[in-house]
Write a protein that binds this ligand. Structure first.
Ligand SMILES: N[C@@H](CCC(=O)N[C@@H](CS)C(=O)NCC(=O)O)C(=O)O
Length: 218
């Protein structure tokens, strides 16, 4: 068994497929060319063991021998210690990658996720929706400026920050939320064209398709 084990859900319905956050970890592992295995927990009924590894009963988490770590951002930082493909060693570039990794989660995703939830609930045209649409737009407008003159987010080379930023933008794009932000969309397309993303995405889809087949067999 590989040292690195990615823990994810055994099965999910169609809607979240391709977007379950284990994709961030799969993508990072592929970029870093680190061998890993996948272990699963049930879609419902979180066990005490699951909660011991991920206290919110979510996925993903990663184990590395007797080390266990949850939160996709923390996992990517952890893997960054193993590979310069994820986190540069040079101090200035490393600082940029770390700040943008947090910005993806704590400044962009925190503004876009409420909008996404409201869209999912078909909450349209309400004052609450307008508030969160404006909030998300403000962040995306800033990202548009930032991404208009750079290929990758953290000063030059691709890093773990791009995995998180692109994955956050991917969910926005799913409901056409990048239509007024062409630089964000072009950045997202560059990220999605990376072979490591393609492999991670295909693997996640294949994982859930295999779970469907298993369920159908009873
Ligand atoms: N902040 C967490 C969020 C993880 C998360 O939202 N996981 C979803 C799957 S994409 C999940 O497990 N949802 C089930 C639930 O919240 O009960 C991370 O980035 O790892």
């Amino acid at each position: 068994m590989a040292d690195l084990v990615l823990h994810t859900l055994e099965w999910v319905p169609e809607l979240p497929r391709g977007y379950v956050r284990d994709i961030r970890v799969r993508w990072a592992l592929e970029e870093a060319r680190l061998p890993y295995e996948v272990a699963t927990v049930p879609f419902q009924d979180q066990s005490a063991d699951h909660l011991a590894h991920q206290p919110f009963g979510q996925v993903p988490w990663l184990t590395d021998g007797d080390v266990s770590i949850f939160e996709s951002g923390a996992i990517l930082l952890y893997l960054g210690e193993r590979s310069e493909a994820l986190l540069p060693r040079e101090p200035h570039r490393r600082a940029q990658a770390i700040e943008w990794l947090f910005a993806a989660l704590n400044s962009v995703e925190m503004a876009t996720l409420p909008q996404n939830f409201l869209e999912f609930c078909k909450d349209r045209g309400t004052p609450g929706r307008k508030f969160f649409d404006d909030f998300a737009s403000k962040r995306l407008d800033r990202m548009e400026k930032v991404l208009s003159d750079r290929e990758w987010i953290a000063g030059g080379a691709f890093s773990a920050a791009d995995i998180l930023m692109a994955d956050v933008l991917r969910l926005v794009d799913r409901s056409d939320g990048l239509s007024k932000h062409p630089a964000c969309r072009a950045y997202l397309e560059r990220a999605k064209a990376r072979p490591a993303f393609v492999k991670a995405y295909d693997d996640q889809m294949a994982h859930f398709a295999a779970a469907d087949r298993k369920r159908a067999q009873g």
